[in-house]
Design a protein around this ligand. Structure first.
Ligand code: T46
Length: 135
């Protein structure tokens, strides 16, 4: 499966403007248990630098833009999020880094589970070891 999975969230638009609705197991392919958002980042700040053991997420840049680097241990890809109707699906076991936050960036993330630090792999060598032990 491609590392870049961009979901078309669908816009319900009319003459007043746009509306995007996000629903568990419909346009978001899991039960949404948590929503968080990231904003006010300095442009030169990078975030992420971890993978999740089990968590699935969909990231939506509802305002502005930012750049994701996704890495499955074999391949690295880059994707720019700059559309509020596009969601980047990030499966478990994918290392992610985020860069180039615009001043107006609001990055909203829908997650398949509650926050748990024990689901994070924050060390890149450990991430690669996990991937090679799965092969
Ligand atoms: C991810 C990327 C896209 C909480 O207490 N609850 C939460 O729901 C979250 C997401 C974080 N935290 C705490 C954990 C840290 O002490 O907030 C602090 C900052 O989190 P972190 O450094 O992991 O933030 P990012 O921006 O590097 O990563 C976040 C998510 O943590 C992560 O799951 O995939 O955004």
């Amino acid at each position: 499966m491609s590392l870049i999975q961009l979901l078309d969230l669908g816009v319900i638009g009319d003459e007043r403007g746009a509306l995007v609705s996000l629903e568990s197991n419909k346009n978001i392919p899991f039960d949404i248990k948590r929503v968080y958002y990231i904003y006010g980042n300095k442009g030169d700040v990078a975030r992420g630098f971890h993978a999740h053991k089990a968590l699935k997420q969909v990231a939506v840049c509802v305002s502005g833009s930012c750049r994701f680097v996704l890495d499955d241990g074999e391949e690295k890809v880059e994707v720019i999020l700059d559309k509020p109707d596009k969601g980047l699906k990030i499966e478990e076991g994918i290392w992610r880094e985020m860069y180039d936050f615009s001043d107006d960036c609001v990055l909203m993330v829908l997650a398949s589970d509650f926050y748990s630090e024990s689901d994070y792999i924050r060390n890149y060598s450990e991430f690669l070891r996990t991937k090679s032990s799965q092969q």
